[in-house]
Design a protein around this ligand. Sequence first.
Ligand SMILES: O=C(O)c1ccccc1NCC(=O)[C@H](O)[C@H](O)COP(=O)(O)O
Length: 248
Amino acid sequence: MPRFLQGWLGDVVRFSQQRPEIYKVRQRPIYSLRQSILHIKGHGKNPIIAEYKRKSPSGFNMDRDIIEYVKFMESNGVAGISVLTEEKFFGGSYKDLEAVTRAVRIPVLMKDFIVTEKQVNSAYSLGADVILLIVRVLTERELVSLYKYAKSYHLDVIVEVTNEEEIEIAVRNNFDIIGVNSRDLASLDLSLEKTKRLLKLIPSDRLKIAESGIRSRDDIQQLKEAGADAFLIGTTLMQDPNKIKELV
Ligand SMILES: O=C(O)c1ccccc1NCC(=O)[C@H](O)[C@H](O)COP(=O)(O)O
């Protein structure tokens, strides 16, 4: 059983536990997010993961052609694409994920609240290359088990943290890609300052991704100075896709 959670987080976990599994033969190779980030970084560019999201609990709501958006991001040199697949609160779907994995040849993250192996099976079958595991919603035992399960498919795993205690869990279990989310999942408060402080606590042998609330090249520069290797950006790019040209 995942951690006991109240409010919308409790609902999202219960809903995720009931998500039906997708049985399909995977149609594409696995594209490594780790390699993509290191390659782009090595060329002096900013590794950006461009997110497609339709709506969110903090009031975001946008209808944009998904294929046009992800192909545009791919042609502008992003390190990967993130697709929200959670249905109830984010209006996402497995259909969106499959459409994206068929359209691009760069790493694709299935961004969801993963609490079961069935969801990992679906991610793999639908062509995702990366999954997200959120420390806030899983017990340490579940986290380790799902991490190993995803790795058995050779998927990359971003382990998401929002505070010092969660960083300790991620570090002591040797998780290799750690995402620091600037948005508190319960209060929905955003703080890049907190993320800068937390990034500095993560050892430099881990790949560090700064997530949420990134609006400008200056934000990226500050997060980079705090140790971030890559940047997950949704709202800013959904509102103005052309902005990617000044952010990469
Ligand atoms: O986007 C939200 O409002 C949100 C609320 C609660 C939990 C998660 C949420 N979003 C998922 C994400 O992690 C972000 O979509 C992603 O990091 C991009 O953030 P942003 O650039 O601020 O859209």
